[in-house]
Design a protein around this ligand. Structure first.
Ligand SMILES: [Zn+2]
Length: 312
C-alpha cells in the first residue's frame, strides 16, 4: 500500500501547488502585471489605465526615434517574459517586425494601439512611402487617442477580468482629461490667424493633428525618418515658405535639426526670413525636466510652441 500513500501525498502536493499558483496570479499592487511598451506615449497610456496593477517598462526614452530603433537582446527578453506587450503597429516600430511575429507565435498577450482604429480612420501615406501602408502617427489625433484609451482598457480587462471595473474607471477619468486637452488645443489655436496655420516640421508626424485641428502640415522628410530629405525637397519647401509667407518652422526632439537648418538657410537665400520656432515632441515624449513626460503635458507643450511660434 506504500505506493497509494505516495500517490495521495503527490496529489496533495499538486493541489497545493495549484492553489499557490492561483494566489500568485491574482493581480494587485504587490503582484502587478508586467507590461513592456515600445514608445513613451504607449508606456504613459498603459501606466495611466493600469494604475497600481501594472509595472510598465518603456523601451524608448525621450528623444528616441521609433522608426529607427533596433531592439536589443535585453529588450527582446523583456518582451518575451512580459505579461503584456503594448506597441503602436502600422510599422512605426519597423525593426521590431520579426520580434512581434515571434511574440505572436509564443502566445504573448499583446495590445496593439492601431487595432483600436478601423481603416477608414487611418491616413494614407504619400505615394513615395514604400514601407508604409498607413500613417502610423495616430497619437496626434486626440479623438484617436480617446478610442485607443477605451480599447486599451478593454484589452487590460480581458487579460485581468477581476480588475475590469478599476481599468474602466481609470480610462473614464483619463477621457475627461483628454477632453480638457482638446478644449485647450482649440482655444489656443484661435490665437493663430487662419492664413498662418501651417506647421512645417522635420518629418511628417503631424498629419493627424492637421486633420483634426485644420492645419496644413508639411514634413521635410516623409512619414518615415529613414528616407532622407534631398536638396530638391529642401529647395521646393523653401519656395513653399516664400509663396505662403510662412515665417516659422519647427524642429523635432527625435529628429536631427540639420535639414530644418538647411531649409531656413535656403529660404534666407531667397530673401525670406524664417525662424526656428522651437522643438516639438513628435515620436517620443519629453523628460520630467522638460515637463513633457506624459502625453497630456507633451501635447500642451507642443501646442504652446506652435501657437507662440505662429501667432502674430
Ligand atoms: Zn515618425
Amino acid at each position: 500500500m506504500k505506493w497509494v500513500k505516495g500517490l495521495a501525498l503527490m496529489a496533495g502536493v499538486v493541489s497545493l501547488a495549484a492553489c499557490g499558483n492561483e494566489q500568485a496570479d491574482e493581480v494587485s499592487e504587490d503582484n502587478p502585471l508586467n507590461v513592456v511598451a515600445t514608445t513613451s506615449m504607449i508606456a504613459d497610456l498603459m501606466e495611466t489605465i493600469g494604475g497600481e496593477n501594472v509595472s510598465v517598462e518603456g523601451l524608448m526614452g525621450p528623444g528616441v526615434d521609433p522608426h529607427d530603433y533596433q531592439p536589443s537582446t535585453s529588450d527582446v527578453n523583456a518582451m518575451s517574459e512580459a505579461d503584456i506587450v503594448a506597441y503602436n503597429g502600422l510599422m512605426l516600430e519597423e525593426r521590431f517586425v520579426e520580434v512581434f511575429e515571434q511574440l505572436d507565435e509564443r502566445g504573448v498577450f499583446t495590445i496593439v494601439m492601431a487595432d483600436a482604429l478601423n481603416e477608414g480612420e487611418l491616413l494614407d501615406p504619400e505615394e513615395d512611402e514604400e514601407n508604409l501602408e498607413y500613417d502610423p502617427h495616430i497619437w496626434f489625433s486626440v479623438s484617436h487617442w480617446e478610442t485607443i484609451t477605451a480599447y486599451a482598457a478593454d484589452q487590460l480587462s480581458e487579460k485581468d477580468p477581476d480588475n475590469e471595473d478599476y481599468y474602466q474607471e481609470n480610462a473614464e477619468a483619463y477621457l475627461v482629461e483628454l477632453g480638457e486637452l482638446r478644449t485647450y488645443i482649440e482655444e489656443r489655436i484661435e490665437e493663430v490667424p487662419e492664413q498662418s496655420r501651417y506647421l512645417v516640421t522635420a518629418h511628417d508626424a503631424f498629419q493627424y493633428f492637421g486633420e483634426e485641428f485644420n492645419f496644413e502640415v508639411v514634413g521635410l522628410q516623409g512619414l518615415n525618418t529613414q528616407t532622407e530629405a534631398g536638396t530638391g525637397d529642401i529647395s521646393q519647401l523653401a519656395d513653399f515658405l516664400v509663396d505662403n509667407e510662412i515665417n516659422a518652422v519647427f524642429v523635432e526632439s527625435s529628429v536631427s535639426p540639420r535639414n530644418i537648418e538647411a531649409l531656413i538657410e535656403a529660404a534666407g537665400s531667397r530673401g525670406h526670413e524664417v525662424v526656428n520656432a522651437g522643438e516639438l515632441y513628435s515620436d517620443a515624449l519629453g523628460s520630467e525636466e522638460d515637463d513633457a513626460e506624459t502625453y497630456l503635458k507633451m501635447y500642451r507643450a507642443n501646442i504652446d510652441t506652435i501657437v507662440d511660434g505662429l501667432a502674430d
